[in-house]
Ligand binder design. Structure first.
Ligand code: PGA
Length: 251
């Protein structure tokens, strides 16, 4: 398999600077599999300090957790893609279900954000996933397809090398109940097929698809063992340095 294995930690709105420093240190200092790209999606306030903490040798990259769809303007409180690019932040997470829910980010807005992020030179971890009602109705694959068609699939094939997809079933986020390895594999294979139909086999085979939703030290191995699961986007367990490293070393 020529796809990049990736474990990304999503700190969400957690940690003070001091706590973030300690946590990042636990991760950079630990013995980690060299094959796996480690990404930390940290609060905006932490980026500058953590860049100083994380050496190039540590093979840990930072991500922002969102960005605006414009590069400048009268948008009080917002952070733009070009600001992140000017800080040399390599990645931004877009489309997280918490942003979709609490900040009313819909597929059309996410298409604009994707465009702006890529134009600024950022790479994107793009999240998709269904809620419990949709899972129960059995329409989860269709739901994710619509999310991708209306946002991600606006991009050109050549831009897909800058995209990592994260499938995160909302019913598994922060609930302690992860999708089963078979449920994750079913959706990841379906997403890869969608990629193939839209962009061809080469793009489909090269795009890393991460699973997110209650990934823990004790279930990561089984999930990452699935042929179409290329890693994880980890929330709660990424706040525990030891457990996060255990997850990274689960491949
Ligand atoms: P969780 O969060 O690992 O705490 O379920 C995952 C996420 O929201 O990215």
């Amino acid at each position: 398999m020529n796809r990049r294995q990736i474990v990304a930690g999503n700190w969400k709105m957690n940690t003070t600077i001091a706590e973030g420093f300690t946590l990042a240190g636990q991760i950079t200092d630990a013995h980690r599999s060299k094959e796996v790209l480690t990404i930390l999606a940290v609060p905006f306030t932490h980026i500058f300090a953590l860049q100083k903490k994380i050496s190039a040798r540590s093979k840990v990259l930072l991500a922002a957790q969102t960005c605006h769809h414009k590069n400048s303007g009268a948008y009080t409180g917002e952070i733009s893609p070009s600001m992140l690019a000017s800080m040399k932040v390599p990645y931004v997470v877009l489309g997280h279900s918490e942003r979709r829910e609490y900040n009313h980010e819909n597929n059309n807005l996410l298409a604009l954000k994707l465009r702006a992020a890529l134009d600024a030179g950022l790479k994107v971890i793009f999240c998709c996933g269904e809620g419990l009602d949709i899972r129960k109705a059995g329409t989860h694959v269709h739901h994710v397809k619509v999310q991708l068609v209306e946002s991600l699939f606006q991009l050109e094939a050549r831009e897909m090398k800058n995209i990592v997809i994260a499938y995160e079933p909302i019913w598994a986020i922060g609930t302690g109940e992860s999708a089963s390895p078979a449920q994750a594999q079913e959706m990841h294979a379906a997403i890869r097929l969608m990629l193939q139909k839209k962009y061809g086999k080469r793009v489909a085979e090269a795009t890393s698809i991460l699973y997110g939703g209650s990934v823990k030290g004790n279930n990561a191995k089984e999930l990452f063992n699935q042929p179409d699961v290329d890693g994880g986007l980890v929330g709660g367990a990424s706040l525990n340095g030891e457990e996060f490293v255990q997850i990274i070393n689960s491949f």
